[in-house]
Design a protein around this ligand. Structure first.
Ligand code: FE2
Ligand code: FE2
Length: 290
């Protein structure tokens, strides 16, 4: 894979799909901002017609089991809750942007989405154990940490599949395999994308350094939280991120976030309880985001 090819791909996307990253960015800002209000969220969702109709379909889906039909975005927020709709808007706008291309034979893209959702949920759980981390930022960083894999997959599918094959055969992490096969990593690609989309600095760092939290400077605790959440998703086999193992020992990550080994047991326990919900919510979002 050549770096220039990826950059060309990003440029083409920016030209062809200018509105979608804008929606993603606005939803991201609302998710990260504890002070954003119902009206602001409603306005963001309503400004994107496709996003509003998907949110309404989702709100009315069997998953939420509402007893009466929801017909406006405001009602959806009232019935499902501000936090839930905020997260749905992020999930739907991301999946709507990247899509689930049907020609991607040989790789289950929904498995990667499920992995991303799981890492978002696990990062939020972990952030509750750590002083000074914003749970909403942890959630967002978790959902987006592997965004570079999406670009890699869509830009260079054959190389992507070779990386998966290499990781499987040699039982190494995705990062090790991609360096061996292509000499370029999804975290690097994700970092380029995150900067081009003017993501906040903490998010750029987590995307770029979730496999090397030690290099994330002041964002090391957040990047290590995401890496630990990544490990939790692997251990509980939620989704598929393209490799059989992760690359950083739990003890190193726990140390970077300042937690004792015993915390891992509680984190795993809490995430286990959320596993079914994460799986069900992805199924709903995929069905209605298509
Ligand atoms: Fe990753
Ligand atoms: Fe991951």
């Amino acid at each position: 894979m050549r770096e220039q090819k990826i950059i060309n791909m990003l440029e083409k996307w920016e030209k062809d799909l200018p509105a979608v990253p804008q929606t993603v960015s606005r939803v991201l800002a609302a998710v990260a901002n504890d002070f954003s209000d119902v009206q602001q969220l409603e306005e963001i969702i309503k400004s994107d017609q496709s996003l509003s109709s998907k949110i309404l379909r989702l709100a009315n889906s069997a998953f939420y089991g509402l007893t009466h039909t929801v017909s406006t975005v405001r009602e959806a927020i009232m019935m499902l809750g501000y936090g839930e709709v905020k997260h749905l808007a992020l999930d739907v706008s991301l999946i709507g942007f990247f899509g689930h291309p049907k020609e991607l034979k040989g790789f289950d893209i929904n498995g990667l989405w499920l992995h991303s959702f799981a890492v978002g949920s696990a990062a939020r759980i972990i952030s509750d154990f750590i002083k000074g981390l914003n749970p909403e930022e942890a959630f967002t960083a978790g959902i987006l940490h592997d965004v570079g894999k999406m670009i890699f997959l869509l830009a260079e599918k054959d190389d992507f599949l070779s990386v998966i094959e290499y990781a499987k055969t040699h039982r190494v992490s995705f990062s090790v395999a991609e360096q061996e096969v292509c000499g370029l990593g999804h975290s690097f690609i994700g970092g380029i994308l995150a900067r081009r989309w003017y993501f906040p600095e903490y998010l750029v760092s987590c995307i770029e350094y979730h496999h090397r939290p030690d290099l994330a400077g002041s964002h090391t605790p957040m990047a290590a939280t995401v890496a630990l959440a990544d490990a939790v998703a692997y251990k509980l086999s939620i989704g598929a991120a393209g490799a059989p193992v992760t690359d950083i020992p739990d003890a190193v990550l726990l140390n970077q976030v300042g937690l004792k080994k015993t915390a891992m047991k509680e984190i795993m326990h809490q995430m286990e309880k959320q596993k079914a919900r994460v799986e069900e919510s992805l199924a709903g979002v995929c069905l209605h985001a298509a």
